[in-house]
Design a protein around this ligand. Sequence first.
Ligand code: XMP
Length: 319
Amino acid sequence: DWTMGAYREEAIRKIREQVGDAKVICALSGGVDSSVAAVLLHEAIGDQLTCVFVDHGLLRMNEATEVVTMFREHYNLPLIHADESALFLGKLDGVSDPETKRKIIGGLFIEVFQKYADQIEGAEFLAQGTLYPDVIESVSFSGGPSVTIKSHHNVGGLPEKMGLKLVEPLRELFKDEVRVLGHELGLPASFIGRHPFPGPGLAIRCPGEITREKLEILRKADAVYIDQIRKHGLYDEIWQAFVAILPVRTVGVMGDGRTYDFACALRAVTSVDGMTADYYPFTHEFLGETATRIINEVKGINRVTYDVTSKPPGTIEWE
Ligand code: XMP
């Protein structure tokens, strides 16, 4: 009779057997997979684990603080908060091509992670929250289509380059099983149920050039939108929801004055695995109320649109 409790015990035993008394480093993104992997590893090997949270300055409102606080204070997990936002935003300055953005962020991520990992003396292992579908995907992709729609952000190839061995305690699990294991390990339900968030972060929700001003506006609009979705009890019905700030200013009227501010697009989709998706059929009432709130509460936005594109032909993210 298979239970997640038994899986947890077995996974812990295997991690201890593989790692011995060596040190392990783990890139913690705050996503469900890396978080569950980190907590499981910490339970298995305690302070032999050090996590590195790379903050690229492209996170949502309060995200860095929430992740760092939860893991340091609640889980007592040794965690380095690598605040490298100045570096990332500097290198992205003036860049508007989506693939160039992705390549810059992916490359810097590896560089930064390596820099912090080098400071951890005697590290022999790199832990990753690789899931079973990732294992299969990387196999089938080698013979698959050669068209790259988007170059995905990951740390593949890093372990060899750094001379580290891999620990992948979630390799046999599917996403829903990782969530069950997360519950088993005591991660809060609100955390486990979070929508996916892409590695390149807000960069790919800010078509055109990225500026600190746009990121700030985007963070505020996104926070209002997600608050609306939660208040209406829709969060768990939706696979992913976010705001994209558009690279265009439009004319509006507020009180008795003219405004000339950014337009934004709301995105919400349902999906099983992110490979295909349908736009979420919000009511007009919800959309109208949300638009009013965003325009009233977020300085810098005076127009709100709703993206009604499914995938295909659209992708979920805007870039
Ligand atoms: P698209 O936009 O390709 O997104 O329809 C499908 C899913 O993948 C997420 N996504 C990423 N996740 N690194 C990630 O970890 C990336 O570079 C990346 N690009 C897209 C996206 O948020 C959606 O859930």
